[in-house]
Design a binder for this molecule. Structure first.
Ligand SMILES: NC(=O)c1ccc[n+]([C@@H]2O[C@H](COP(=O)([O-])OP(=O)(O)OC[C@H]3O[C@@H](n4cnc5c(N)ncnc54)[C@H](O)[C@@H]3O)[C@@H](O)[C@H]2O)c1
Length: 311
């Protein structure tokens, strides 16, 4: 029998603060070479969306997340991101838990956006803005609030931004431009159009680009990416998908221009240079982040009334 963490169980097991801590440890373990992560496999089902198979190994466990990104789903009352996580014992291969992939994804995406912002943003940064108030945008905003940062939301769908803000106890930005002026910004849009245009950012800002995590997506103009101090979650993955790939293909950004977040956390690479630096973190979403959250959930399994699945 294997426990199944439904969405509410994952939320009950792992707080946003715990997710930030767990994801920080995962980035460090990966930077030290202790955790490994074969490349994410994209299975395109365009124009509707794509599937991703995301494996990772670490802390005596192996994980596979089978998850989607179907951007048109909300119009049909379905989530953009859905799927399942399988967590196995790496000593004998036996499954240890099944988890709702959307909730694990939201928690670890919120954690990565906030971890990058807290690591790379200015020490005196004040309010954060989250652009895109869907499932994962709300998770990012909730995580900012959980670490004590004031947050405002903006979405092309004003009602959605208001509802998310009310739920989290956050504010609402009047315009996208207003949101883009905050010291710390996270973009969590479908990546179908550029949110951060050339010249949009000012000295001292930090942006966590979370939405463009797959082929053909972008949230920042190539020229803007070429102008700022670039960080990413994993060069191998980020240089092939999402925002960075466009700048890499255009020859505007190369591997030497982009620093992995784990290297900054480990102290082996510099982060923000000074108060004038504009830092941008490109996230494509890593399976090690999912492993971190799944392991944090497993720690609490005995305290929860989880359904057991015969396997
Ligand atoms: N980097 C990662 O680790 C990671 C993890 C999960 C999801 N994602 C990606 O993040 C994106 C959002 O995912 P989601 O599950 O929150 O989707 P969602 O459909 O729930 O929400 C998207 C939101 O963005 C809004 N939006 C659309 N265009 C916009 C624009 N130009 N400006 C502002 N808001 C806009 C929509 O109204 C909607 O509220 C997807 O592309 C998804 O693949 C990335």
């Amino acid at each position: 029998m294997v426990p199944f963490f439904r969405a509410a169980d994952v939320e009950a097991a792992v707080s946003p603060e715990r997710a930030v801590e767990a994801v920080r440890e995962a980035f460090l373990a990966y930077a030290r070479g202790e955790w490994s992560m074969p490349p994410k496999v994209y299975v395109p089902a365009y124009p509707a969306g794509d599937f991703r198979a995301m494996p990772a190994l670490g802390a005596g466990h192996a994980l596979l997340k089978w998850v989607t990104s179907f951007p048109g789903n909300p119009a049909q009352g379905l989530p953009t991101v859905a799927g399942i996580v399988v967590l196995s014992d790496a000593s004998n291969g036996m499954p240890r838990a099944l988890l709702d992939a959307a909730t694990v994804t939201a928690l670890r995406t919120g954690a990565a956006a906030v971890l990058a912002a807290e690591t790379l943003g200015r020490e005196d940064a004040s309010q954060a803005a989250v652009i895109g108030a869907g499932v994962n945008g709300r998770a990012v905003a909730r995580t900012f609030a959980a670490v004590g940062r004031e947050v405002v939301l903006w979405d092309v769908d004003a009602e959605r931004a208001r509802a998310a803000a009310d739920e989290i106890g956050a504010g609402v930005a009047a315009t996208r431009e207003e949101a883009l002026r905050e010291d710390v910004v996270a973009t969590v849009t479908p990546g179908r159009e550029v949110v951060v245009a050339e010249g949009a950012l000012r000295p001292g800002q930090h942006v966590s680009l979370m939405g463009a995590d797959g082929p053909g997506k972008a949230e920042i103009a190539i020229a803007e990416l070429a102008r700022v101090h670039v960080f990413c979650d994993d060069w191998r993955q980020a240089s092939h998908n999402g925002d960075l790939v466009h700048a890499v293909e255009a020859g505007a950004v190369g591997q030497d221009d982009a620093t992995e977040l784990g290297a900054v956390l480990a102290g082996s690479a510099p982060g923000r240079h000074d108060d004038e630096d504009i830092t941008v973190f490109d996230s494509t979403g890593l399976a090690i982040q999912d492993l971190a959250v799944a392991l944090a959930a497993l720690e609490r399994a005995a305290e929860l009334d989880l359904p057991q699945v015969p396997l």
